[in-house]
Write a protein that binds this ligand. Structure first.
Ligand SMILES: [Zn+2]
Length: 234
């Protein structure tokens, strides 16, 4: 299972290093990966990359990275035949001779359906923790990152807020030295008091410059009661 291990500052630090080391801007597809629906057996082919890079990448405050030269497939796929959802990493069946640019990205309404299906099936542990986080990011994709006119309903925000809080409570934060993402998710879920408490627990003087910048951006928005995701200025 693909675990969420790269968090906000770790991800940024790594990416800055990669960008400074490479001037390569090509992206090469590899042989497509075959995934097979565990419900009806229908196969589909997904993109793989032989090489890519983070040139031109955007970073967002919910830990989302959008790298045009390093796209990734959705960790949950929807079967084109029966419409059921399944984990990409658990349903791989070898590689094809073709290349494919199919990523199987899900919209927020589809992620909501996937979450409901996984709940019905009793998905738990790390899988459930990850799904919560992916639904949270997809909400931000759908309503704030893509330039469309969708507006979240009250129910959508309530689900988003609940899943953000459930994620915070179920994720193992112990190895995370400076939990800026935790503060940020509290802010996005509109739990400003909790956001403030997490920020106050982070030793500001120990942060690197780019972390200080993120810290200040979160704090200013928290103080204004603004709970929207934002693009990091790095
Ligand atoms: Zn199927």
């Amino acid at each position: 299972m693909k675990k969420i291990t790269l968090f906000l500052t770790a991800m940024l630090a790594m990416s800055v290093t990669i960008n400074s080391k490479t001037e390569e801007t090509t992206m090469l597809p590899g042989n497509a990966e075959i995934v097979k629906c565990p419900y009806c057996g229908t196969e589909k082919e997904l993109m793989t990359l032989l090489s890519g890079n983070t040139f031109g990448a955007e970073y967002w405050s919910d830990n989302k990275r959008i790298a045009p030269m390093l796209p990734s497939v959705s960790p949950v796929q929807k079967c084109p035949n029966c419409g059921k959802y399944y984990f990409e990493s658990k349903n791989r069946h070898g590689e094809s001779n073709n290349t494919s640019f199919e990523r199987g990205e899900l919209s927020f309404p589809e992620w909501k359906d996937a979450y409901t299906q996984f709940q019905t099936e009793g998905v738990k542990g790390d899988d459930l923790v990850n799904v919560r986080f992916w639904v949270v990011q997809s909400y931000n994709d759908y309503f704030y990152r893509k330039s469309n006119s969708h507006k979240p309903s009250k129910e959508d925000f309530q689900l988003f807020s609940k899943l953000a809080i459930d994620f915070i409570n179920s994720f193992d934060w112990k190895p995370v030295q400076h939990p800026l993402l935790k503060a940020e998710l509290y802010r996005e879920a509109n739990f400003m008091k909790e956001c403030k408490e997490v920020l106050e627990s982070i030793p500001y003087n120990e942060l690197q410059d780019f972390e200080k910048s993120i810290f200040n951006d979160i704090k200013q928005r928290m103080e204004k009661g603004d709970n929207k995701v934002f693009k990091l200025s790095v």
